[in-house]
Ligand binder design. Sequence first.
Ligand code: ZN
Length: 63
Amino acid sequence: MAKKQDFASKTLKGKMAKTCPVCGEAYQYVKTVSMVPGEKEGSYHFAERIVAVCKCNEKEVYG
Ligand SMILES: [Zn+2]
């Protein structure tokens, strides 16, 4: 159990966690889905995008 917790804390503070140079907050990665135009006129399909969210853009992402 103790080893598991240690691994988790290392993961959070490790290479995966990038921080914003502007606000200093750690980015949270959020998957967003948006409609984008397809090849045929009037057709749309969904596009998934991973967005890095910090204090600078959280209002834009979360609305
Ligand atoms: Zn920021």
